[in-house]
Structures are given as structure tokens and as C-alpha cells.
Design a protein around this ligand. Structure first.
Ligand code: ACO
Length: 433
């Protein structure tokens, strides 16, 4: 028998159906609540609200579980690559050999950007933030492919595979160009012979007179970083993508909005905050010990950045995985005497055996290591969030599709509890005090 929740408002009792997900997660279906009782739900921050049904990613924060399309993150990290995982997330299944070949070919063929777009980069002032450039450029990209960005879901869906591959490929070129534009450096064109991550590093760091050759461990660390960030269910940016998509907007416009949401320090900025924290500890001549003590005061400005997580309450599965690759990248880059790294290691060690952190289940999260990895790879700090955006693109694309294909899909339009003044009459200017 289907389960239901009884709800009583002003002596009227109604039964609300309970929806059960494939992992037994339960949700009270309140879609008829307002019609039947006149009440709406209030859930500031949406912590108790399921905004959609989704088959992309499953997270169990208590158990430290993260799965893309059912596959455990540990297995994907061990056996897959970012490109293959992107395909899985975008299309729902791991690719066959032929599908994988076609997808890689599409990425290669779409790597270059229209020369007209190069002029757009020049319009930004030097020092412009690469996230602002990335968002603007993703939206502009749609102007160069109007047949893929019709804002008619039916038509945009017919070209979904092509548009998805185009965006996954071009986002890395646009990201590298954003960096080069913000530094006044000449653009480096993509190469057909390089895999996804190596090609990105080439566009970032090669010079016209000197090619950059990525060490295998460096490319592997970047690959893993992108794979681990490929989706994380209904976070702020993914919900933004769905919100924008619900109005009928194209993949270009919706993912550009996702970039803006990710830009905020509470979302994509945490890995950068880790480096800033380490720098300020270093500037104060502390080895981390004093900061750990201060972090136990409970004040928000002294928090140990990169520790704790809203969803993962025992450990962040991504942190466990990235930590291994971090040490391997460090040893191949022969980085030993970075003072920030020494502080980070000290913080990690001290916090992991401190009762305060143990009692509150505060463990290093993925951002603790990913900021350090980006730094070791030579990625400048203002590009950290851009790297996150490249990684998150498959998840945004898959969530756009789920919104666009939903035959019963309605425009997202939450309600509110109004707390402003009640009705009052307009006063002419001379009567106002
Ligand atoms: N350092 C020191 N103390 C902390 C930290 C921290 N990083 N995080 C939580 N605490 C303490 C709190 O002071 C609180 O202590 P109390 O019980 O004595 O009052 C307790 O742990 C619980 O804290 P909450 O804020 O309720 O935990 P919540 O789950 O809401 O917060 C959050 C999670 C925001 C991630 C928090 O741990 C934090 O601010 N971490 C540092 C920032 C960070 O790394 N953010 C990135 C997370 S990954 C991501 O979101 C992409």
C-alpha cells in the first residue's frame, strides 16, 4: 500500500502521498498542499525541500556515499577518466568503445573557438575575473551557434548530444583564454593530438616559443580533480541551472547562470579560501598550531577552511580519493619546501587527532586538498573556481536535460511568506515626512 503522511490544518486533515526514491529516500509530496489547505511550506535555504526527481547523482552524507548514475565515485576515480565520466553523467550510461570514440572526436573537433570570440576577450579590462569572463563567454557562445541555442526545449533537445560535447570541449578553451586574456598573454590554440586535460594545460601554460609538456602525474591529478567535481546533486549552482532551464532557456544560457552561482565564496570559492587561510597563518609566523586552537573558539571567521561539510558528516569520499593523488603529484613535481604545504600538513595532522574536531566529525573536505593541488599545478588562485566550473559542467548539462525533457515540467516559481507592510495608501510627495 502506498505510504502517506497525515497533515492537519485548521481541523482539516489531508493525506499527502510519500514518494520513495530508488535508494529508499522518502519525500512528502506537497504539490496539492496549497490547493487543499491554503498553506504553503516554508523552508529557508531549501534544506528540507526536494526540488525535483533526478537520476543523475546519489549522495548519502551520513555514510560518505557519492555515486554518479549508480557507480560509486571510488570505482570511477580508480578506473574511469573525466571524459568518460562526463559521458556517463550526460547520457546516463558508460559509453561503448564506439560511443567513447565518437565523443572524444567531438571534443577534439569542437576545441577551437570562433575567431570572432577572440575579439570579445579583448573587450575585458586586464585583471577582469576569469569567472566573469567564463560566464559571459558561455552565453556568447550560444550566439555563434543559434541553431543549438533556440530557447525552444524541443529543438534544443534534438541537438543535445552535439551541444553537450561542444560545451564540454569549449569550456576548457574559454577557461584557458580567460586566464590568458586576464594576464595579457597571447592565446594558445588547442592541439588535436592531446587528451582533454593535457590540452587544457597546454592552452594555459604553453608559449608560442615554448610548448608546455604536462607530467603524467600532473595530468592525472587534474583529471581526477575534474572527475570528482563532475556532479554533486542539487547544490546551489545545479539548482540555478535547473531554475533557468525551467523557463525554457538553452543549455548555453543555463550553464552560464550556473557559473555565476558557483562563483560565490560559499559555493565554489572554498578551495581558494583554504589557500588564503594558509597564507594568513604563514604571514603571522604560525605553524598552524595557534590557528587550530583559535578555530575551536567556534567563531565563523576563525574556522578551519576545508574542514567540515554540510552534507558529509563522517567523511567526504572525494577528499579520501584526492588526497592520494595529491601526494603523488607533489612527489613528481618535487615540491617539498612550500611553507603553505607544511602548514596544511600540520593543520591536517593536528585537527585529525583533536577532540574538538573528532567530536564534531570535522574532517578535511575535498576543497582542503583541491586548493593545494591547484596551487601545486601552478593554477593561479582566481582560476580555482573556473577549474571547478569545468569539472561541474557534465552535471549541469545532465540536470538541464532532466528539466527540459520533463513533459509535466513547470517553470520554477517558489512562493513566499510576505512580511512587508499591509495595504496603505499612496501619499503625494509634499505630505511625506
Ligand atoms: N572549523 C572549526 N569549527 C567548525 C568548522 C570548521 N571548519 N566547521 C564546523 N565547526 C563547528 C561549529 O562551530 C559548530 O560547533 P558547535 O557545535 O560547538 O557550535 C559545529 O562544528 C557544527 O557546525 P555547523 O556550522 O553547524 O556545521 P554545518 O554542517 O552547518 O557547516 C560547513 C558545514 C559550512 C561546511 C562548515 O563545516 C564550515 O564552515 N567549514 C569551513 C568552510 C569549508 O570548508 N567549506 C567548504 C565545504 S565543501 C562545499 O560546500 C563545496
Amino acid at each position: 500500500m502506498a505510504q502517506s503522511a497525515l497533515f492537519k490544518v485548521d481541523n482539516k486533515e489531508i493525506a499527502l502521498p510519500i514518494i520513495v526514491g530508488s535508494e529508499n529516500e522518502k519525500a512528502i509530496d506537497v504539490r496539492n498542499l496549497r490547493a487543499e489547505t491554503g498553506c504553503i511550506t516554508y523552508d529557508d535555504g531549501y534544506g528540507n525541500t526536494g526540488s525535483c526527481l533526478s537520476s543523475v547523482t546519489y549522495i548519502d552524507g551520513e555514510e560518505g556515499i557519492l555515486r554518479y548514475r549508480g557507480y560509486p565515485i571510488e570505482q570511477l576515480a580508480e578506473n574511469s577518466s573525466f571524459v568518460e565520466t562526463a559521458y556517463l553523467i550526460i547520457h546516463g550510461e558508460l559509453p561503448t568503445l564506439e560511443q567513447r570514440r565518437q565523443f572524444s572526436l567531438a571534443l577534439t573537433e569542437n576545441a577551437a573557438i570562433h575567431s570572432g570570440m577572440e575579439h570579445l576577450f579583448e573587450g575585458f579590462p586586464s585583471g577582469a575575473h576569469p569567472m566573469a569572463i567564463l560566464s559571459a563567454m558561455l552565453n556568447s557562445l550560444g550566439c555563434y551557434y543559434p541553431h543549438l541555442a533556440t530557447n525552444d526545449h524541443q529543438r534544443d533537445l534534438e541537438n543535445y548530444a552535439q551541444t553537450a560535447a561542444l560545451i564540454i570541449s569549449k569550456v576548457r578553451t574559454v577557461a584557458a583564454y580567460s586566464y590568458r586574456a586576464s594576464r595579457g598573454l597571447p592565446y594558445i590554440y588547442p592541439r588535436r593530438d592531446l587528451p582533454y586535460c593535457e590540452n587544457f594545460l597546454h592552452m594555459m601554460f604553453s608559449e608560442p616559443y615554448q610548448p608546455y609538456v604536462a607530467l603524467p602525474e600532473v595530468a592525472a591529478a587534474l583529471n581526477l580533480f575534474l572527475l570528482l567535481h563532475a556532479d554533486h546533486e542539487q547544490n546551489c549552482s545545479t539548482s540555478t541551472v535547473r531554475m533557468v532551464a525551467s523557463s525554457g532557456a538553452s543549455l548555453f544560457a543555463s550553464t552560464a547562470a550556473g557559473v555565476c552561482a558557483l562563483w560565490g565564496p560559499l559555493h565554489g570559492g572554498a578551495n581558494m579560501a583554504v589557500i588564503e587561510m594558509l597564507k594568513s597563518i604563514h604571514a603571522e609566523g604560525d605553524d598552524g598550531s595557534k590557528f587550530v586552537e583559535a578555530a575551536k573558539s567556534g567563531t565563523a571567521d576563525k574556522r578551519l577552511m576545508g574542514f567540515g561539510h554540510r552534507v558529509y558528516k563522517n567523511y567526504d569520499p572525494r577528499a579520501k580519493i584526492i588526497k592520494k593523488s595529491f601526494y603523488s603529484a607533489l612527489s613528481s613535481l618535487k615540491i617539498k619546501d612550500d611553507p603553505l604545504l607544511n602548514i596544511a600538513m600540520h593543520l591536517e595532522e593536528a585537527a585529525l587527532k583533536d577532540d574538538y574536531f573528532l567530536a564534531r566529525k570535522l574532517y578535511p573536505n575535498v576543497d582542503f586538498y583541491s586548493g593545494l593541488i591547484m596551487r601545486a599545478l601552478g593554477i593561479p588562485e582566481n582560476m580555482f573556481t573556473v577549474m571547478f566550473a569545468i569539472g561541474r559542467m557534465p552535471g549541469w548539462i545532465a540536470n538541464w536535460k532532466e528539466t527540459a525533457v520533463n513533459p509535466k515540467g513547470r517553470i520554477y516559481r517558489p512562493r513566499q511568506v510576505y512580511t512587508g507592510p499591509t495595504k496603505r495608501d499612496y501619499l503625494p510627495l509634499h505630505q511625506r515626512k
